[in-house]
Write a protein that binds this ligand. Structure first.
Ligand code: HEM
Length: 505
């Protein structure tokens, strides 16, 4: 008998192993061919004037994964790999242009027609506010969402009602007088608070009061935001801002219920970043006792103290907060430089030559991560990583070269710019300065653990869509009214005239 030892093995095994390896080899080869063709396809269509590309670590999807995982911080990580003023990230066939130079940022802001915010604003509103087809039609949106009559009207109305002037300061003093109710409750006995939640809750209520008037449902119950119904006549007592929005939205054919549903957007815009800004401002100034003392001297000058109807009152002139308190204002600007994390976004709605230098392809995204510029030592000098409350004082700014001044002016963008420049910047600034001025003048703040001056906490990971960092943890502090202001009530008034040039933003 013919014995064929290992016949099965000798025949089958080699075949089997051939099958595995050939599958592996052919599969890998196919993948490389597809990947190469795709790579050439997606990369080969570049215009030679397009900004240089940063390749992802994982082909095709690396940048997408990076953005999903690290959010806005991904752009900062890429920045450490090169120092180009603008670079391209490709995710399959789509492009993101990331801008890092002050000059190019301003060029983007100037090109608001071809580098537009409209598609983002509209899509964002649609998603966040869960608008249906019918509502979108009422808003007069073009089919490609690049334009909506509603957005135009609303934005114009909002920008106009928030310009510096009596109506704005009126809204500010309304908010501050409401905030003072909470401050008036704090006496000379030390009270422990979580500074972040304390600022957030009171700031939100005060802002809602300023916008909607005294009959303010948010004041009664924060969860009642949904019940903001203009049809109940609340709009009559509301600020110029809210009345302008009401007029423009109803003209588009939207109902009071539609308006109430969407109102959450304005409450969010008004408080989301301002609350964080005010928190960081307090942390930074109260971390430096010398600064506190210098600021108190400055703030006293815009207050008057008198007894009225048997009550002692200290009144702040809201209109003078920026004009007559340069150190306080500089500390606020520096707070935003240190803590602002906004990534302004635009869509390239038509092929554009940016600054006559870089070709930006239609349907791409432009991202402007302010952090890259706000912490750049080329722009701010060797101490760019340090909080310097005096950085924006006129003598310091004047002592710089013209070139440096220009870089700082162009590269400081906490409120964005161009046609989308934040309309609430004056309101947020005056509100924060007013709150900080009152707490500085009348209160002591120190760490609850007994370690003295405040320690500035770390911020959370920078999420897209947030303009000012959110702290990792609130901050447990002790707050106490100073003896010399025992029993005093804080009030706010609109005093002298203010010109646009008196405002810093
Ligand atoms: C510290 C506080 C604030 C910061 C840092 C901030 C920042 C910003 C930024 C960065 C933008 C986008 C700009 C761009 O993409 O170029 C923006 C837009 C906007 N902000 Fe603010 N904001 C603040 C407070 C406010 C307040 C108090 C209001 C309302 C009273 C407000 C209302 C708006 C609105 C409506 C827009 C969209 C403007 C448009 O589409 O034309 N913001 N803000």
């Amino acid at each position: 008998m013919e014995v064929r030892p290992n016949s099965t093995a000798s025949v089958v095994l080699p075949r089997q192993s051939f099958g595995v390896s050939s599958f592996y080899i052919y599969g890998t080869t196919l993948f490389i061919i597809i990947a190469t063709i795709s790579w050439i396809w997606f990369n080969g269509t570049s215009n030679t004037k397009e900004p240089p590309q940063i390749s992802p670590k994982v082909p095709f999807i690396g940048h997408l994964l990076g953005i999903i995982q690290h959010q806005a911080e991904y752009f900062l990580q890429l920045r450490t790999r090169q120092s180009w003023p603008i670079f391209t990230l490709k995710i399959f066939g789509s492009r993101i242009y990331v801008i890092t130079s002050p000059e190019l940022v301003q060029a983007v802001f100037r090109n608001s027609k071809s580098l537009s915010f409209e598609p983002i604003a509209f899509k964002g509103s649609q998603r966040i506010l869960q608008m249906g087809k019918e509502e979108i039609e009422k808003l007069g949106a073009s089919p490609d969402f690049k334009h909506a009559d509603y957005m135009d009207k609303i934005n114009k109305g909002m920008h106009a009602s928030l310009q510096p002037g009596a109506p704005l300061f009126e809204m500010n003093s309304r908010a501050l007088n409401r905030f003072a109710v909470f401050l008036n409750e704090i006496d000379t006995t030390e009270k422990q608070i979580n500074l972040y939640t304390w600022v957030r809750d009171h700031f939100t209520l005060a802002s809602a009061d300023a916008m909607y008037g005294e009959e303010n449902p948010i004041a009664e119950d924060l969860s009642l935001i949904d019940s903001l119904h203009y049809s109940r006549g609340l709009v009559k007592n509301a600020s110029g801002l809210i009345q302008a929005r009401y007029r423009d939205i109803t003209a588009s054919g939207c109902t009071a219920d539609n308006i109430a549903d969407w109102e959450i957007a304005i409450v969010m815009a008004t408080t989301m970043n301002s609350v964080n800004g005010a928190f960081w401002m307090l942390c930074h100034v109260f971390s430096d006792p010398q600064l506190v003392s210098d600021l108190r001297e400055e703030i006293e000058k815009i207050t008057t103290r008198r007894t009225q109807d048997g009550t002692e009152k200290v009144c702040f002139d809201v209109s003078q907060l920026q004009k007559s308190c340069p150190l306080l204002t500089s500390a606020w600007q520096e707070t935003l430089r240190a803590e602002d994390v906004v990534v302004s976004q635009r869509v390239v709605v038509e092929d554009t030559m940016l600054n006559d230098t870089y070709f930006l392809k239609k349907n791409s995204m432009v991202q402007i991560p302010s952090r890259i510029m706000h912490e750049s030592s080329d722009i701010w000098g060797a101490d760019s990583h340090i909080f310097n409350a005096r950085r924006f004082l006129k003598p310091n700014v004047d002592s710089m070269s013209r070139e440096q001044r220009k870089l700082q002016k162009q590269g400081f963008v906490p409120f964005g710019g161009g046609s989308v420049l934040c309309p609430g910047r004056h309101f947020a600034t005056t509100e924060t300065l007013g709150i900080a001025a009152t707490i500085l003048l009348g209160y002591e703040l120190r760490m609850a653990d007994g370690s003295g001056a405040l320690k500035v906490p770390k911020g959370k990971k920078q999420e897209m869509g947030v303009a000012v960092k959110i702290p990792q943890n609130g901050l447990d502090v002790l707050i106490q009214r100073k003896k010399e202001f025992e029993g005093v009530k804080w009030t706010y008034d609109v005093g002298g005239e203010v010109k646009e040039s008196d405002m810093v933003f």
